[in-house]
Design a protein around this ligand. Structure first.
Ligand SMILES: [Zn+2]
Ligand SMILES: [Zn+2]
Length: 116
């Protein structure tokens, strides 16, 4: 009976190990995410840079597609005006925004991630 209650030592160790591994992966993902955000913030507003104004301080805008959770959604840097302002993507809506500036969210994403 006692054997059934106490899991074998080996099993306990294995679980702990995989848990640590999981934590490590989680932490390194967080770090990567943070580094990516820092890089994008340094990039400045991608739309401003597209229309010829370099290095405008930016906020991060999540590109939402279908059911992708916000955390996994790709992000692009947009200045407060192009993000939430009168000429911004949230106020205009994606379709109008893309028509006015002649560039899609996907293309903006490519501009900030040249390697992908
Ligand atoms: Zn801008
Ligand atoms: Zn946004």
């Amino acid at each position: 009976m006692l054997q059934c209650v106490n899991p074998p030592m080996e099993m306990v160790r294995c679980n702990k190990k995989s848990d640590e591994k999981f934590q490590k992966i989680k932490n390194s993902m967080k770090k990567q995410e943070k580094e990516n955000y820092d890089r994008l913030a340094r990039f400045g507003c991608v739309l401003c840079s597209y229309i010829g104004y370099e290095g405008t301080p930016a906020e991060l805008h999540h590109i939402r597609r279908g059911n992708i959770p916000r955390k996994q959604a790709p992000v692009i840097p947009l200045c407060p005006e192009h993000h939430r302002g009168n000429t911004g993507i949230h106020l205009l809506g994606r379709k109008q925004f893309e028509r006015i500036y002649g560039i899609t969210e996907e293309r903006l994403l490519e501009l900030v991630n040249p390697s992908t």
